[in-house]
Design a protein around this ligand. Structure first.
Ligand code: PGA
Length: 245
């Protein structure tokens, strides 16, 4: 399966910071074996899409409706018009900070697909859930409940992001990542039949130039979702190049 590397700038970046995308675009162009996308803040989608036209620019979230009285929200149709070609939905920071439920996340994935976006749908467990031994049950239940009925590997990707690994520098053991990705793979085939084997499953949480190659080599890991290390070309380009190592 072709690997996918997605950067997530979160609430970081500026017009000046878009210069980081130039070497990232060149790295993505020079590698024929990997797909690359960067999800920037909504205000940076249009200038980023103009600056690096061959790089896939994405949103970090979209509203589940196309328009209406929802002050402060941005719809999938709007980010498409700005130049986005993909979006993240269901990131744990939104599930936690904005109290997004599985139903809402599913609605966002459906709306994003309807607008023509590719979608990265995030799931993950807390450290307590892992300590209690319930991580796989929690993550597969979250996946089933957020999973859109019309899901297809052509536009939907799953990202496994343990909450305790995000921004902490703590990364699960490689066998823990593979075990969870296998559990997600099983759940995908339960949910959608044989085509579930073709859906990409990314790992996210404290991915760095040092650990990217090992994680990418793990069974059932089809790519990476990268936060902090995607902000600078100096750390993101080596992650894009990690496949070659
Ligand atoms: P991190 O974030 O790479 O900074 O840990 C990953 C994410 O939340 O997508």
């Amino acid at each position: 399966m072709r690997k996918l590397i997605v950067g997530n700038w979160k609430m970081n970046g500026s017009l000046a910071a878009l210069a980081e995308l130039d070497p990232i675009e060149r790295a993505a162009q020079s590698r024929g074996d990997v797909d690359v996308a960067v999800a920037v803040p909504a205000t940076l989608i249009a200038p980023a899409a103009v600056r690096v036209p061959s790089l896939t620019i994405g949103a970090q979230d979209v509203h589940q409706l196309a328009n209406g009285a929802h002050t402060g929200c941005v719809s999938a149709v709007m980010v498409v018009e700005a130049g986005a070609r993909m979006t993240i939905v269901g990131h744990s920071e939104r599930r936690t900070d904005q109290a997004e439920t599985d139903d809402i996340v599913r609605g966002k994935a459906v709306a994003a697909h309807a607008a023509g976006l590719n979608v990265v749908l995030c799931v993950g467990e807390t450290s307590d859930q892992r300590d209690y031994g319930t991580a796989e049950v929690i993550v597969t239940a979250q996946l089933a409940a957020s999973f859109p009925a019309e899901a297809d590997p052509a536009w939907l990707t799953i990202a496994y992001e343990p909450l305790w690994a995000i921004g902490t520098g703590r990364v699960p053991a490689i066998n823990e990542i593979s075990d969870m990705h296998r559990a997600i793979r099983r759940e995908l085939t339960n949910l959608m039949g044989p085509s579930g084997t073709a859906m990409r499953i990314l790992y996210g949480g404290s991915v760095s130039p040092d650990n990217a190659a090992n994680i990418l080599a793990a069974a059932d890991v089809d790519g990476l979702l990268v936060g902090g290390a995607s902000l600078k070309a100096a750390t993101f380009v080596p992650i894009i190049d990690a496949l070659a190592r």
